[in-house]
Write a protein that binds this ligand. Structure first.
Ligand code: AMP
Ligand code: MG
Length: 491
């Protein structure tokens, strides 16, 4: 019996799409965490995965039957500068499986050793970043945001050298695919139109089957990717998520949040918030994410130009028209999302101003983004919600003004207060992976081999919209001394 029912497609591409690799074995693999529910969703046996053979596979020490491990080739713009060749330098795609819903999913080991794309890197991952990706990607999934998933974390028993020596680990990542904007750029940069077309056809069949019916399928593909990226970034903005490294090689064509490096959630609302230590100029600050997404999509459109039309001027016109849809799609997703967060169902012209005024008031009052919305949805009556909320503002009188306007606006809604609170709670999380909590969990695991804080945090974040008696402290913003000012990708 084969333990994993692989059904691989990417490895059927011509050889220039990837390099065949074998994960490098590690000294003494130890399974730290298995995502049992995800394993079952993928049709994998969690008992086998957690056993000795499964752990060996998750560490890269044993290639499971049916796996055809490869490192994929891609390019990308990193902080605005183009690298024609990046590729999986420390990740190995074992293969694909068809999950319980009939969806094709990649199974990839991140930190599995050197590949032809490793450049100066060691092909490895440190425990801290592995746990961070595990926590935050699973939290995003529970929040309902499209994302790659974490299937397992394994300790290697080896150290990796970063600024210091750190315990090494391997993350098993699951994605709808690992195809990025940068994958298209790889072929475009080589004027490899045949490769581009093969890739586009694969992406259409795999992620956007509806596009096949279009008379201009490649233009329809561009439009589809623009639409999912606009929707994705609008979701990020609504929960205070900061990706941190929105390079084109980290933007999934399938519209999932991909590559959790120095990502973090914002506490007090400020569009300029940046955590990533390498993002000195704030290119990927919270408030810059929408224009950066559009910039990245423009790079995607450029890569697709040879497929859009034979005449290049015409291709550029088509691409431009498609890109011009981004702003409206993003704005409408964003406004729609904030309307739901405020319990507004009817569509009134002044709602946009009301949302903007609240955000500006939060910024001036350094109010906690997550808790403001949660407290506005914390009670059956608007008045009670307001009083719980005003404590969060350094400028409570200003909040009071906004709140009375909000109450007048709510009075014009047909929905009952109880119903409104219910719907608001379903979109305003109580629990997010707060940076200081993530750091505590990582530190306990790395410094003291104590996984209890990691497990506790995962358990809380599995139900981010539910009150959890005894877990109130996980909803609390950091005190001044707990505040995390910088995050690192640890590569
Ligand atoms: P990332 O910052 O994780 O998006 O990675 C950017 C590029 O650097 C990708 O091509 C990675 O494969 C590569 N890379 C990152 N860390 C390592 C590492 N430790 N060893 C080899 N390549 C790496
Ligand atoms: Mg990356």
């Amino acid at each position: 019996m084969t333990a994993i029912p692989f059904d691989n497609s990417y490895v059927r591409f011509p050889e220039r799409f990837f390099a065949r690799v074998t994960p490098s074995a590690v000294r003494s693999p130890r399974l730290l965490r298995l995502n049992t529910a995800l394993a079952e969703q993928l049709g994998l046996d969690p008992v086998w995965l957690a056993g000795p053979d499964g752990t060996e596979m998750l560490a890269g020490n044993r290639v499971a039957e049916g796996a055809e491990p490869i490192a994929t080739a891609y390019a990308g713009h990193q902080f605005g500068g183009f690298s024609p060749q990046l590729g999986d330098g420390r990740a190995v795609l074992l293969g694909e499986v068809i999950d319980r819903d009939g969806k094709r999913r990649d199974i990839q080991l991140k930190g599995a050793g050197l590949t032809p794309f490793s450049r100066r890197g060691d092909g490895r991952a440190a425990l801290g970043p592995v746990l961070r990706e595990y926590i935050v990607s699973e939290a995003m999934a529970a929040l309902g945001v499209p994302t790659t998933r974490a299937l397992a974390a394994v300790l290697t028993g080896e150290t990796v050298r970063r600024e210091t020596l750190l315990p090494g680990a391997v993350l098993t990542r699951v994605a709808s695919s690992h195809i990025r904007i940068g994958t298209f750029q790889f072929f475009a940069a080589r004027s490899d139109v045949e490769g581009l077309r093969l890739l586009a056809d694969h992406v259409i069949a795999r992620h956007y089957p509806d596009v096949r019916a279009s008379t201009a399928p490649y233009l329809a593909l561009l439009e589809a990717v623009i639409a999912v990226q606009a929707a994705l970034v609008a979701r990020w903005m609504q929960i205070g998520f900061i990706h941190g490294v929105m390079n084109t090689d980290n933007m999934s064509i399938a519209g999932e949040t991909l590559d959790y490096g120095p990502c973090a959630f914002m506490d007090a609302y400020d569009p300029g918030t940046v955590f990533s230590a390498i993002d000195e100029r704030g290119r990927y600050a919270y408030g810059n994410q929408p224009p950066v997404a559009r910039w990245n999509l423009t790079r995607f459109a450029e890569a697709l130009l040879p497929l859009l039309a034979d005449d290049q001027d015409h291709a550029v016109e088509l691409a431009q028209a498609a890109l011009n849809q981004f702003d409206e799609q993003f704005q409408s997703a964003l406004i729609g999302g904030f309307r739901r967060k405020l319990g507004l169902f009817a569509d009134e012209a002044d709602d946009v101003v009301m949302i903007k005024t609240l955000l500006d008031t939060m910024q001036r009052g350094q109010a906690d983004f997550t808790l403001v919305f949660r407290r506005l949805s914390s009670d059956g009556t608007a008045a009670a919600a307001g009083s719980a909320c005003r404590d969060l503002f350094g400028n409570p009188a200003e909040f009071d003004n906004w709140e009375s306007a909000w109450q007048q606006r709510l009075a014009r809604e047909a929905i009952s207060p109880a119903e409104r609170v219910k719907t608001m709670r379903a979109v305003n999380p109580l629990f997010i992976p707060r940076n200081h909590r993530v750091e505590v969990a990582i530190e306990a695991a790395v410094e003291r081999q104590d996984l209890a804080p990691f497990e506790d945090l995962l358990a809380v974040l599995a139900n981010p919209y539910d009150e959890q008696p005894g877990r109130e402290d996980y909803a609390r913003p950091p005190a001044a001394h707990e505040r995390v000012l910088a995050t690192f990708c640890g590569t």
